[in-house]
Design a protein around this ligand. Structure first.
Ligand code: ADP
Ligand code: MG
Length: 404
């Protein structure tokens, strides 16, 4: 039988202490072992009581103070901290998370929420500790060091052009076609929906990486979620306010680690030249610049190409992907090529009858409708990127020239 999770409370608020002490659920999986009014007093007894989880009330008369968490963790680095506060300000949550809290509970604390948070935070940290104390089984799934995978960024400065649709199906296709190690990173940190399109609920996300001081291979591996296709997913933080935690250094380091561990790393991006996205574009071996056959989208693509020129990216680093390509509507692809001064490398047809059910069911169309023209176009793209010679019929539009 599993031991009970020992919880300790740091708060000077008598009502909270009473509430937690009298909470009947705490007699179940969670055992309340004691409380202290402040960080100093807590550290005096934590060494003896050895709690697994410390609930830290960060409210002070002067407002929320995440410094209490830092003090506790400096003295007792192995405990799991859950912050408690009456403040719903994003800045308070952010400060608490940066200080090392795993969860943030708003007052008044609801019993079920408290119990769920204690168990969840403890389970997550227990996995981490296992990793820290010898992660043989996990690291065995990695490639040897010095391995250099290919980073493929899917980018556009416009939303709704199909970046995520293409990134997800391309990653799954790469995993199935090459049978090599493939991961997908959701760098649309605020509103990313890669996990949703793959029908997974990620227990860990990029926010966990950002909260970690020292990012290593084992930790990155621990934050990835597996998909039935063999693909591994690094999901975007579940809440937009957590996106801010992720900085350029996290992106750079994470991609560097994934490059050593995977053969292909597909990066879905947000529609902006944010520092995080730029850092991914810098790291990328190939940038798939997605456009549609509409004037604003083409104008944006032109601007992107200019910017990439000024960043001194070699021309062959960028591939132009026209999504929702169709002969009947939109601008003629030849016109697009003239406007961009570049050949279109890939055409992905428009097919709502295939795409919509795939999105709604969370099964990528390269799996759900492998015979469709749109799935074939993505599979061809995957094979081109993988340098596989064998080719299926490409989508009928001219211009599929994707030799490396
Ligand atoms: N080739 C396509 N045919 C039909 N619908 C598409 C196609 N590509 C994308 N869509 C749809 O267009 C919308 C925007 O796509 P999405 O991949 O989320 O764009 P982005 O990531 O660039 O914002 C989604 O509803 C998606 O299902
Ligand atoms: Mg998207």
């Amino acid at each position: 039988m599993q031991d009970k999770v020992k919880a300790f409370l740091v708060s000077s608020d008598a009502s909270i202490i009473d509430g937690i002490r009298s909470s009947p659920g705490l007699q179940g999986d969670v055992e309340f072992v004691g409380s202290a009014p402040g960080a100093e007093e807590a550290l005096g007894v934590i060494g003896m009581l050895r709690p697994d989880v410390v609930l830290v009330d960060i409210d002070t008369p002067a407002g929320p103070n995440a410094g209490i968490i830092s003090t506790i963790l400096a003295g007792a680095p192995m405990v799991t901290v859950i912050a408690i506060s009456a403040s719903s300000e994003v800045s308070s949550l952010r400060q608490a998370m940066i200080a090392g809290a795993r969860e943030y509970l708003l007052k008044p604390i609801e019993r079920n929420e408290l119990l769920a948070s204690v168990s969840k935070a403890y389970d997550a940290d227990r996995m981490l500790r296992k990793l820290e104390h010898g992660a043989g089984a996990v690291s065995a799934t990695f490639k040897p060091l010095q391995h250099k995978g290919k980073v493929i960024a899917v980018f556009s400065t416009k939303g709704g052009v199909g970046k995520t649709t293409i990134a997800v199906n391309l990653a799954v296709s790469l995993a199935r076609e090459t049978r090599e190690k493939v991961s997908i990173v959701d760098l649309d940190l605020e509103f990313g929906d890669v996990a949703l399109l793959l029908d997974v609920v990620p227990p860990r996300t990029f926010a966990d990486i950002a909260r970690r001081g020292n990012i290593d291979r084992e930790f990155v591996e621990y934050c990835l979620v597996s998909h039935a296709s063999g693909l591994r997913i690094l999901a975007a933080p579940g809440r937009p306010e957590l996106a801010e935690l992720v900085g350029v250094e996290h992106v750079r380091r994470t991609l560097g680690i994934l490059k050593e561990s995977f053969d292909y790393i597909v990066v879905d991006t947000a529609q902006s030249f944010s520092e995080n996205v730029l850092s991914a574009l810098d790291t990328a071996d190939v940038i798939l610049l997605v456009t549609t056959l509409e004037i604003p989208s083409i104008k944006n693509t032109r601007m992107c190409l200019d910017l990439m020129k000024s960043l001194r990216y070699p021309e062959e680093k960028t591939k132009i992907v026209v999504n929702r390509s169709s002969r009947e509507i939109g601008i003629n692809p030849r016109e697009v090529e003239k406007t961009l001064g570049r050949t279109v490398d890939v055409h992905v047809p428009s097919d709502g009858r295939v795409v919509v059910p795939s999105v709604n069911s969370g099964v990528p169309f390269v799996m759900a409708a492998p015979g469709s023209a749109i799935a074939r176009s993505i599979r061809d793209l995957a094979r081109s990127l993988a340098g596989t010679r064998e080719k299926t019929r490409s989508f009928a539009l001219p211009g599929f020239r994707f030799a490396e």
